[in-house]
Design a protein around this ligand. Sequence first.
Ligand code: ADP
Ligand code: MG
Length: 727
Amino acid sequence: MSKLRFQALHDVQHRPAVTFESLGRPSSLYKSSVFGEQAMRQYLSKSTFDSVQTAIRKGDNIDRITADAIATGMKSWALEKGATHYTHWFQPLTGATAEKHDAFFEVTPGGHVIDKFDGAQLAQQEPDASSFPHGGIRNTFEARGYTAWDPTSPAFIYDNTLCIPTVFVAYTGEALDFKTPLLKALNVIDEAATDVARYFNKNVNKVTATLGWEQEFFLVDASLAAARPDLTLTGRTLLGHAAAKGQQLDDHYFGSIPIRVLAYLKELEQECLLLGIPVKTRHNEVAPNQFEMAPVYEEANLAVDHNALLMDIMQKVAQRHHFKVLFHEKPFDGINGSGKHNNWSLATDTGVNLLSPGSTPMKNLQFLTFFVNTIKAVYEHESLLRASIASAGNDYRLGANEAPPAIISVFIGSQLTRVLDELEKVTDGKLSPQEKTELKLNVIGKIPEILLDNTDRNRTSPFAFTGNKFEFRAVGATANCANPMTVLNAIVAQQLIAFKKEVDTLVDTKDMKKDDAIFNVLREYIKDSKKIRFEGDGYGESWEKEAKKRKLSNNRTTVEALKARVSKASVALFDSLQIMNTVEIQARYEIELEEYVKRIQIESRVLGDVARNHIIPTALRYQNVLIDNVRGLKDIYGDDYTAFAKAQTSIIKALSNHIASINTLITEMIDVRKKSNGLELEKKAGDYADKVKPYFELIRKQCDKLELLVEDDLWPLPKYRELLFVN
Ligand code: ADP
Ligand code: MG
C-alpha cells in the first residue's frame, strides 16, 4: 500500500475542528496594525503630520528632520503594539515579497540596551540583496541595491515586525522591483488625466488610478498536497486523471462554503482587516475547492501592495488550518484555472469616477472622453497589454475553455456600442447647434439610463467595461498586479496626452469650441480603434480567425508574447514617459524569459522524476501482482490457464506498453532539454516552449492511463477526487 497517500487521507479524516477566535467587530479591527492617518495623528506632532500628509498627496520628498520625527513616532507606536523588529518590505522581480528583519534593540558603547529607529533607517536600507533577479543591471562586484521608503503606502505590523513598504533600486538608479515603475506610471497618469479632466472641471487637481482585484485560488489539504511532489515544487499537478465528477454539475459555484474553509477565511479576513486590507467578498468559485476573495477597491499602489501582502499571509494562515493555497493559474487539468481580475478606473480629487457616466451631458462627455481614450490606448498597445500578463502559468490558462483567450479585445456592451456608433457620425469640423443639441439629448444624455439596465456581461472578454470601470480579466492568479497596472496606466496616460494635444490644436488653429474639438477627436479615435472592440464569444474558434483578419496579435506562449515588451512602440512609450529606460526594459524582458525557462525546466524535471520514480515502479509492482496471479493460474490449471488469464495478460501487456512509452518520452525530453540549455536565452526560451513543454502532455497521458489501470491501493499520489473533494 502506498503509505504517504493513505496516511494523508487518514490525516484529513482526523483533523480536529478548527475554531476561529474573533477579536472584535470588523470595523473595530480595521487598520489597527497600520501606521496610517489615524495612528499618525496620534503619534506625530501637528507639523510633522501636516508635512507627511502633504508629501504623500503631492509626491514631494521628505526631508531628514521630518523623517526622524516620523521614525520616532512610528517606533513608539510599533513598540506599544509589541513589535520587536522592523524591515523594509519590497517586491523584487521574483514575484514574491521580500523582507529582512532587524531588531530595534541596539547595544550602546557603554553596554546599555536601547531601542533605536531613526529617519535614516526608515528612509533607506541596503539589504545586500544581491541574489534577486536584475537582468544584467548589476555586475556581481557592484551588486548593490537599496530600498527606499514609499510613504504613500503605510507601514504595518505583521507578527511583531514593523514592515515599511519600499521601492528597490540599483545604486546606478535602475529599478529592480515592481513598485518603482508602477509609482512612475501612476504619477504620469495623474498628470495626463488631470489635464484632460480640467476640460470639464477646473477644480480637479489630482487623478488617482483605482484598482479592485479579485483573487481566485484553490485550497488543498496540506497533507494531501505534501504527498504530491508536483504540487510541492510547481504549485500544479503535472499528472492525475480527471475525477469522474468535476465541475459539470455547477454545484460548487456560490455554494455553501465548507466549514473548514470558512474557518480559514474568517481568520484570514481578520488578519487582513488588522492590516488595512478592506476584504469584502468571499465565495466558492466554479471549480471544486476553488474560492475567491475581493476587497473594496483602493488607490492602485496601495491595492497592489495589499494584494502582495494578502498572498503572503494567505499561505501563513493556511498553515494553521492545514491547507495549502494554490495560486497557480492552472493547478488541475480539465477544470477551471485561477485568475485575478483587475478592476480599474480613474478617480478625481473632487470625488468623481471618470469612467462612471454622470447626470448631465457634460459629465457624460467627460465619461466618453476617458472611455474612448482607454479603448484607443488598448488598441494601440494590445500586444504590450498581453505581454504584461504573460507567464508560464498563465499560458496554461489563457485560451483554455474557461479563460479569456490570448487575444486582447475590449467588450463594452450593445448599448455603449450604439452610442459610439452614433458618435462616429459626428460632423467633421464645427458642429451645428442642432447637431449638438441632438447629441446631448439623445446620445450622450441617454447614457446613465441605458447603463442602468445594461445587463450585458460577457465573461469571455479579457478586457470588459462593467458599468463604471474596466475589468482586465486576463491577469493570472499568481501575478503581481503592478505589472499590468504599470502598462495599463502608462498606455492610457500616453493616449490622454496625445488627445489633449489634438484637442488643443483644433481649438487653437481651427477656431473650434472645446466640445466641438473633443467630439472631432473622439470620432476619429472611435473609428481608429474599432478593431479592438469585440462583443462576441471570445472562447470560440471563429474569433481567432476574425482576430487574425483584424491583425490583432494572438500570442499563445509567453515567449512570443514577451517580444512586445521590447518592441519599438513599447520602448518609446516607457522611455518618453520616463517610466523605464531601455536598460530597465531590456533587463525585465530577460528576467521574464529566464523565469519562464526556469519554471518549465522545473516542471520538466519534476515530471521526469515523478514518472520514473513513482509511476513506473508502481506500475511494475502491480504488473508483478498480475504475473504472480497468472503463474498461480498456471499452477492450478496447467495448460488451460490461458482461458482464465486473458484479462490479466492484456493488462500486463498494456502496462508494459505505457511503461515503455513513458520511459522513452522522458529520455527524449531530457535530451531536448540538454540541447536547449546550451542556447542563448531567447532561443532557449523558444525551445522550452516549443520543444520541451509538448512532452508534458504526452508523458502525462501515459501516466494517467496507468492511474486507471493500477490497483488503487498501490497508487502513490493523491488522486484528483481526493485533492478536489476531500476537505
Ligand atoms: P464582479 O465583477 O465579480 O461582478 P463587482 O463588479 O461587484 O464584482 O466588483 C468587482 C471588483 O470591482 C471589486 O473588487 C470592487 O472593489 C471593484 N471596483 C468597483 N468599483 C471600482 C472602481 N471604481 N475602480 C476600481 N475597482 C472597482
Ligand atoms: Mg469581476
